[in-house]
Design a protein around this ligand. Structure first.
Ligand SMILES: Nc1ncnc2c1ncn2[C@@H]1O[C@H](COP(=O)(O)OP(=O)(O)OP(=O)(O)O)[C@@H](O)[C@H]1O
Length: 260
């Protein structure tokens, strides 16, 4: 495989909060079309790592490349423009806006008419707006909630809100979509549907970074997995190898979890 297959390469990420070393020299390489999993016991540093990659936290050290080009994740919207979209562990939708409007907002970072067009409602602005609407409707169908397009986001079930977040992230046409615990709070049936959706997103050519507590889901979906523990990368590899890694088993047992 050539280097051009690498979508995201981050290396040497460290981040300290006061006296706590939340991340120590963590690095990953994600190849095009992979689902890449990030797991680890509570407090291992997964969210911090995600927040560093997506511009929410500034790391103390580290380098970042997206499709072979250096990028500096200094602000969330810059990261989105560079081609990384994310969802949040605590859902962050516009609660009073409709599902459709929430997705249209995601789409706007890829549009051209700008403020002038919006203020004067030029023809090109209106045409563009209609295209955005159509694309947003397609995306809602794609994630399986097309029938709720006109419902306010806050009225959707928890599982559907998570799917709406995914639709919104996809609306930015990301090179990489980062999902922060997408199965959190879902029941078993919702998890099956989510798994199918993530599988479909991958089959349609997208690359996915996934933080997830549900180890079974991660092991079933991911091509490769990194395991963090106390901010250190204790294992990296295929789900098969990682599950058998002594350090991983210890970390999970130590934290009172089962490793499978
Ligand atoms: N903004 C912050 N300020 C201070 N400490 C923080 C901050 N964010 C995270 N931490 C600490 O950094 C460590 C790693 O936390 P992080 O949330 O990244 O872990 P996690 O693996 O995502 O955990 P969980 O699975 O519980 O979400 C924890 O000890 C946490 O308390």
């Amino acid at each position: 495989m050539s280097n051009s297959d690498i979508i995201l390469k981050v290396a040497g990420i460290s981040k300290r909060f006061g006296g706590l070393q939340a991340l120590s020299d963590v690095g990953i390489e994600i190849r095009r079309g992979q689902v890449y999993g990030l797991i680890g016991p509570n407090g291992a540093g997964k969210t911090t790592f995600f927040n560093v990659i997506t511009g929410l936290y500034t790391p103390d050290s580290g380098s970042f490349e997206l499709e072979g080009k250096a990028y500096s994740p200094t602000a969330v919207h810059e990261v989105a423009k560079a081609g990384i979209a994310r969802t949040f562990q605590n859902i962050r939708l516009f609660a009073e806006m409709t599902a459709l409007e929430n997705v249209m907002v995601g789409r706007h970072i890829r549009t051209g008419s700008g403020l002038f067009g919006a203020m004067f409602r030029t023809k090109s602005f209106r045409d563009e707006e209609e295209q955005i609407r159509q694309r947003a409707l397609q995306l809602l169908d794609y994630v399986g909630i097309g029938k709720y397009a006109d419902y306010k986001a806050r009225t959707l079930s928890y599982g559907d809100q998570r799917r709406l977040e995914i639709a919104r992230a996809l609306a930015t046409e990301p090179k990489l979509i980062a999902l922060d615990e997408p199965a959190a709070g879902m029941n078993a049936t919702e998890k099956v549907v989510l798994r199918e959706l993530i599988d479909r997103i991958r089959k349609d050519g997208r690359t996915i970074l996934l933080i997830e507590h549900d180890v079974k889901l991660v092991m079933g979906l991911c091509d490769r997995v990194t395991v963090l523990d106390y901010g250190k990368q204790i294992a990296e590899g295929t789900p098969y190898d990682v599950q058998r890694n002594e350090k991983v088993i210890e970390a999970y047992l130590g934290a009172g979890h089962a490793a499978h």
